[in-house]
Design a protein around this ligand. Sequence first.
Ligand code: BES
Ligand code: MN
Ligand code: ZN
Length: 510
Amino acid sequence: MPDIKRLQFTTIRQNPEAILADTLVLGVYEGRNFTEPAQHVDRLVHRRLSAFLADRAFEGRSGQMMSLLGLPGIKAQEILVIGLGARDKWNRAQFRKVQNAVMEHLSRTGSRTVINTLTAITERDILTGWSIRQTVEASYQAIYRFTECLGQNSKKTSFPRLERIHLVLAGSKISETDTRSAIASGTAMAHGIFLCRNLANLPPNIATPRFLAAEARKLAQSDPRFKLKILTEREMKRIGLNALLAVAQGSHEPPRLIVLEYLGQRSSSGKPIALIGKGITFDSGGISIKPAAAMDEMKFDMCGAASVLGTLKVVSELKLPLHVVGVVAAAENMPGGGAVKPADIIHTLSGHTVEVLNTDAEGRLVLCDAITYAQNQYQPQVIIDAATLTGACVVALGHYPSGLFANNDELAHELENAAIEALDPVWRLPLWHEYQDSLKSNFADFSNVGGRDAGAITAACFLWRFISKVPWAHLDIAGTAWKSGNDKGATGRPVPLLAQYLMTRAGRKL
Ligand code: BES
Ligand code: MN
Ligand code: ZN
């Protein structure tokens, strides 16, 4: 896998006109309402900027852009004016949206050095440290390209030239230490997202359970605080992870249980925070095979796993003083002579027996054993799982928030707050015992599917049965982990959410 291209970030307090750069970015609200840095530049150039924008009917609508070349007194070669939309509607989401648009534009138009003044906007409850971090993340997102699998001839297409970004802070009182901390956390977040997206974008003939295990090993070797354990089929059989094994048994690819522990606390005695990821490297549906349309997207069925590894990368880069254990249940779900069949009954690690009524409900099967394993081995203080678990979650919530389920209100609120802080939205769905009836089986303790109704909830209810008295949250990321259509590809979610949750738990503000 490729290394991420490093970007240089520096902060400057004043006079953006004095800095040599390819592009100077200025923000203008709707109604040609200039931000402070834009006013400053306009005064320097004797109102030529405002006159030009008026002449071109530049209104400042959100995302509207206008480029000017060579203004006297301004060292930057180009001025890029970006519309910020209505000033009274300015908020965090709008900040990030505009910053994404700017950095994406610059990544396509060949800018190498940029002076970005949007970080100088201090409006509403948006803190400068937050803006810096989001700008760093937006810049890395803008230069992300997945070129791993292109042939020699197409690889020559130009890669973004972005190198250095000066973040203008103007009147902000933020300390030097805090700006450095914000840049560091933005960079770490970008690295975690980058790892997650790369793992998920790789094709399923490369990104197999064994490949994920090898990538986890690389990550483990990058920091002595990591401790890695990889269970192969033999060990899984010995221990009794039969649900995970059942999912894998129709495939030629052997499964792996990847256990990556991060010991960032001085005393290693504390109970860990467990992150559990669904790692189905390809979900064909098995014997209950899926239709052909969009089946290719089932290579993304390991996004939960990729996000757990991505999050652990962030934790390690930030050296968070936490004890975290990541458990990735990796398998390929295929039909085959030896595949698990509808009506098969499996004896899960927990002792519960499960009748497999649909082999396409495989995520909950690999997860239930991973959950039991984590509880038995680590007695975690909290469990959070991330899984591309149900199409029903996409029907319910679409592609904007991830579905959040929790057996504990405090944990749910912590995650909801982290989601807001990290701009990685979640929406809580109910976890009620009343739904459990739909998992009834005539032949085993329960079955692996409910009916058609409330599919995201009944899937969560299935997992819930394996949770033993510990605060637990389940993230159904089926609608948010990747995009379909023209910009098909992994989003890196929910790395921002999980990493933010852990940063907050570690008391790290920026
Ligand atoms: N990985 C899928 C869920 C999925 C489907 C995510 C489409 C995103 C897009 C999961 O393993 C699955 O197949 N779930 C079934 C469950 C059903 C058989 C109860 C589903 O959602 O149809
Ligand atoms: Mn499935
Ligand atoms: Zn699946």
